[in-house]
Design a protein around this ligand. Sequence first.
Ligand code: CAA
Ligand code: NAI
Length: 256
Amino acid sequence: MASPIGLLSGRLALVTGGGSGIGRAVCHVLAREGARVVVADLNSIAAEETKKYLDDMGGRNEHLALPVDVSVGRSVQSLIVDIRGKFNAAPSVVVNSAGITRDNFLLKMDENSWNAVMNVNLKGTFLVTQAAAAAMLDDKIPMSSIINIASIIGKTGNVGQCNYAASKAGVEAFTRSVSKELAKHNIRCNAVLPGFIETPMVHSVPDKVKEKFKALIPFGRMGLPEEVAEVVLFLASDRSSYVTGNCIEVSGGLAT
Ligand code: CAA
Ligand code: NAI
């Protein structure tokens, strides 16, 4: 891990999906840079594990693990209420990393798999962004940054992922629209589009399919969650103060 330089000193960050994979790595990197981190996840045990790791990193910052189902409006509302109750302020950094796959071929895709993926990946990003932005405005946070984890698949499409690809293309369009609305409030909104990253999400992909993908990646390997997290850090910090409405690919050059 890179050496800390305090890029997020004094900031409060909320990371959904912080219990695993990319979200967990984002929590580590943001905490390393001095942020207090709220780890929010459907899996409360996993969220607590991430928080314990942050606590064990040392430093004086207090971190918090909270359960949330990002696809349910009232769960998201209580998350924001709990954060403001605990820290007396809205987060100034929000990372929407919670996401799921329910892969199948179009002709076998059932309605539940379509709905589940849309509800978590797209509606969840909407619900958290809306609730967090309202709280940022209420609390007059001077500069904020929202980062949505989309996917390179939203651009390329993928066999077996019509639901997922559509949800992630939606997250890109959502990000661009929201960035235009929120700029006047000094809230930036960007997306990161990872390629294939070594996390539990990819474990279910059949080996033969993984090999097909690796052959298409110029770097010849999958990415690490930390390699995505460092780009999220750039977007979270004031180093990107004039960047909004962008979708940055972190894909090892996987062609779009
Ligand atoms: N690209 C190319 N070929 C694929 C493919 C893909 N994504 N997915 C499946 N195929 C091919 C298989 O290689 C296989 O080819 P052969 O007949 O030549 O052997 C054929 O389709 C049938 O595949 P299965 O035998 O696996 O069919 P199944 O009905 O048992 O399962 C499936 C279908 C659920 C779609 C399964 O193949 C699968 O999980 N595929 C992978 C889908 C995928 O790429 N998911 C990415 C998850 S990671 C992620 O989403 C994060 C991100 O943003 C990148
Ligand atoms: P992961 O499966 O390791 O982590 C996802 C986390 O989201 C889990 O902790 C899970 O409990 C949580 N989650 C799921 N549903 C939730 C809900 N309704 N409410 C709250 N939390 C919920 O997956 P990974 O790989 O870390 O994915 C993170 C994000 O990155 C996802 O949005 C994914 O689509 C995206 N992504 C992942 C890529 C990869 O190759 N791993 C590539 C491109 C994008």
